[in-house]
Design a protein around this ligand. Sequence first.
Ligand SMILES: [Mn+2]
Length: 305
Amino acid sequence: MSFAKKIEIIGVPSDLGANMRGANMGPAALRIADLKEKVEIQGYEVIDSGDLHVPVRDSLDPKIQDEKFLQPLVKICDELATRTYQSVKENRFPLVIGGDHSIAIGSISGVANHFRDHDQSIGVIWVDAHADINTPDSSPSGNIHGMPLATLLGNGHPELTRIGGEGAKINPKNVALIGIRTIDDHEKMQLKESGIHYYTMRDIDEKGMFHIMQEAIKHVSEGTSGIHVSFDIDGIDPRYAPGVSTPVSGGITFREAHLILEMAYESGKMSSLDFVELNPYTDVGAQSANLTVDLILSALGKSIV
Ligand SMILES: [Mn+2]
């Protein structure tokens, strides 16, 4: 399996893409939950590359706040793209821990850029309660963590779409969005027109997660050389993962979440991974942080037997 690789943990302690604060503490909570040690027990060599520099929200000029932190987010995503690019190039497996979901613009752009150097592309499995496909024009809030998927498809702030090279980083036919259950009105149209494969909670109820993941892996694998999984913790039902910034009930169960990652691992094509939107400030004890670490282990091949 492609998994003789070294795992490189890259922390991105940013909540600048969100209105609700606290996702900036995500990387610290995952480290305290023994992320590195537990991945090592799985038999991997693990390098913790520490956290990217993220400015303190309150230290920033009010004008920057009014612009929804676009400029600092451009810097963060640019740096993260360089880091994930380098990581994959050096035959490591980047495990990016957030941070709100805006950071996926950086992580995926970097990985896609590496594959493009070899005339290859990646597919993306995006787990989320939301579609994250708003654009600056459609978004009611303007918060950038509602826009990363649109940005990666080439529709976003130009300063963000040019990260890791101009234009779209992923082909919509190689994107599977799983777990969605709350979509803004304008966003519904964008979702339908986008050409991505999406699976709502209703679809999961009807078909079951096993069937949906089989289908999703098929779509994201077609013509691609790697799969990036971008896992938003708010995709999971808040009963299991209360520690998020934007909880929405009726979500993915504990077992369904593990199944997604077990099957992503078994595809043998996973190149890179983000876990985002863990918010220790709203967590109940360390419940969601511990669950996130366990999910990461499933993504890295831990099985029941
Ligand atoms: Mn998201």
